[in-house]
Write a protein that binds this ligand. Structure first.
Ligand SMILES: [Fe+2]
Length: 274
């Protein structure tokens, strides 16, 4: 299988990557997840990015874009993201309708390329989506593609992005539903020292885990968060968040985590699942 490669000209040694995840949008503007209006919280996140003056070169959204699988939810996402005026790359989470996602999110400035090459970096969008399942898996063909990209560009510092978590985040209920064959991915990353970062969503919280040369890190959802260090399902009253990676030409990067402090999500704690 071959995939289109997107080449981005950044024009300076620094590159700023904005990482968002898990908007869980509905077609209905009153749609809510665990009490949180997801369109409203998503727009609050985008407003916060603009208010902070963050100017990304690339935006990565690691799945669970829709909660109701509707075409309209993807169209709403596309309209809002297009206002940023930056290239946006997405991949599917367990809540996504793959056909609608690829159909609605492939018109510039939204792209569904799996490989992005800049002058100094390679970004790879790795699918962990498993149709009909909540947990993730990286298929044999996906691993083979990833290996090929890493071998072909061994001189380029690389960031991997996926939906599910390939490392435990310390919540038993979530760690059951991460990437099931994470050992295969971790082995591949270990063999390729140019992989500097593996970013993911799904866990609705910030996490960081360093293994050898690679930092594994998640971002919160743009809507409701899950309680950290909880063995069973539990929501959290934390505000939405996102991360910005400032990537340098020498392969190093600085990571900044942000919370949308002015937006207080109205979480319904009586709901015991999602
Ligand atoms: Fe999610």
């Amino acid at each position: 299988m071959t995939y289109d490669c997107k080449r981005l000209f950044i024009g300076r040694p620094e590159m700023t990557v904005l990482h968002l995840s898990d908007p869980h949008l509905f077609a209905d503007d009153q749609g809510s997840l665990l009490g949180v209006n997801t369109q409203e919280s998503f727009c609050a996140v985008l407003d916060d990015i603009r208010a902070k003056g963050i100017e990304p070169d690339v935006v990565i959204v690691t799945g669970d874009i829709s909660q109701d699988y509707s075409k309209a939810s993807y169209q709403f996402f596309a309209e809002q993201m297009a206002k940023l005026g930056k290239p946006v790359f997405t991949l599917a989470g367990n809540h996504d309708e793959v056909e609608h996602l690829s159909g609605c999110l492939s018109k510039p400035p939204l792209f569904n390329h799996k490989q992005i090459l800049t002058e100094h970096w390679q970004i790879l969008m790795v699918s962990s989506h498993l149709e009909g399942e909540v947990h993730g898996r990286i298929s044999g063909s996906e691993l083979a593609w990833l290996k090929g990209c890493l071998e072909d560009n061994s001189d380029l510092p690389t960031m991997l992005y996926m939906h599910h978590h390939p490392v435990p985040v310390g919540c038993d209920w979530l760690d059951e539903i991460g990437v099931r064959n994470k050992g295969e991915l971790l082995e591949l990353v270990t063999q390729h020292p140019q992989v500097k970062l593996c970013g993911f969503g799904h866990v609705h919280q910030f996490s960081e885990h360093k293994i050898d040369h690679a930092l594994y890190c998640s971002v919160p959802s743009t809507c409701v968060q899950f309680k950290r260090h909880s063995s069973d399902f539990a929501a959290s009253s934390e505000t939405p968040g996102y991360a910005v990676y400032q990537c340098h030409a020498d392969g190093s990067f600085d990571k900044h985590n942000y919370r949308v402090d002015h937006y207080l999500p109205k979480v319904n704690f009586a709901i015991s699942g999602y």
